[in-house]
Design a protein around this ligand. Structure first.
Ligand code: PEP
Ligand code: MN
Length: 266
């Protein structure tokens, strides 16, 4: 088997991804927070200010939403990206948003980090295209990807010269449907062993419901995750998508506090 650029064999030292004041992989714990989908500017800014005050290092918000149902809210598109970057600037947070097609690249000029979602983890042309940009990438694990497969997807990005890649465990499909997905905490450990890239965790999409999210986040921290991504909304029930898993800013603040304590204890 060929040695991957993203593997530990190729590079012993951890890769640190930095953008704006945000750096992940250097031993500190990063918190990425924000709405599932961007709605209006006032709401996005209010969320941004709240999560910033509680310790978020990066603001998230989807504008091009890859929804399972074509009838579900599809995101605000280009306008959503403009709202997100304006809110991030105002609140003093760099921003991340999901890109679902190569044709959208120009719209992402003011977006600090490109996200490739679970559904696009095997969109090899999209992976190649973001690999030719100079923007950091958060690559989510596909719902059926093995650790080796997600590393091969990361390799498509790295091959283009862009090694600013953050891997993200977000739950996989299993036979159990008590949560939306099965959070694979072991994959965080495995990926950090197999690769020099930072690994973050998204317990929000793993759980699909609010209640288990804090404990899943703490498990990820204990497993050595470099950061946690969480969906937060000032008014969870008004969230345009994934409202059942949206946390309040207060709940987010608690998770940040306790995660830092767990990290320090370890
Ligand atoms: C998201 O983070 O907005 C998202 C759609 O997540 P995933 O790709 O993990 O389903
Ligand atoms: Mn979501």
């Amino acid at each position: 088997m060929e040695t991957l650029l993203v593997s530990r064999e190729s590079k012993k030292e951890n890769t640190v991804v930095s953008v704006g004041g945000f750096s992940v992989g250097s031993g500190n714990l990063s918190f990425i927070a924000g709405p599932c989908s961007v709605d209006d500017y006032e709401t996005t800014l209010a969320i941004a200010k709240k999560v910033k005050a509680s310790g978020a290092t990066l603001l998230r918000g989807g504008a091009f939403k890859p929804r399972t149902s074509p009838y579900a809210f599809q995101g605000l598109g280009k306008e959503g990206l403009q709202i997100l970057s304006a809110a991030g600037k105002e609140a003093g947070l760099p921003v991340v948003s999901e890109i679902t097609d190569i044709s959208q690249l120009d719209y992402f000029e003011n977006i600090d980090i490109l996200q490739i979602g679970a559904r696009n983890s095997r969109n090899y042309e999209l992976l190649r295209a973001v690999g030719k940009t100079d923007k950091p990438v958060i690559l989510k694990r596909g719902m059926g990807d093995t650790a080796h497969e997600i590393l091969q997807s990361a390799e498509y990005i790295a091959m283009g010269g862009n090694t600013n890649i953050i891997l993200c465990e977000r739950g996989i499909r299993s036979f159990d449907n008590s949560m939306r997905n099965t959070f694979d905490v072991g994959a965080i450990i495995t990926l950090k062993e197999m690769s020099h890239l930072p690994v973050i965790a998204d317990p929000s999409h793993a759980a699909g419901i609010r209640e288990p999210i804090p404990a899943l986040a703490f498990a990820a921290v204990a497993a050595g995750a470099d950061g946690i991504m969480l969906e937060v909304h000032i008014n969870p029930e008004k969230s345009l998508s994934d409202s059942e898993q949206a946390l309040t800013p207060k709940e987010f603040e608690e998770i940040v506090k306790k995660s830092k304590a767990i990290k320090a204890a370890l």
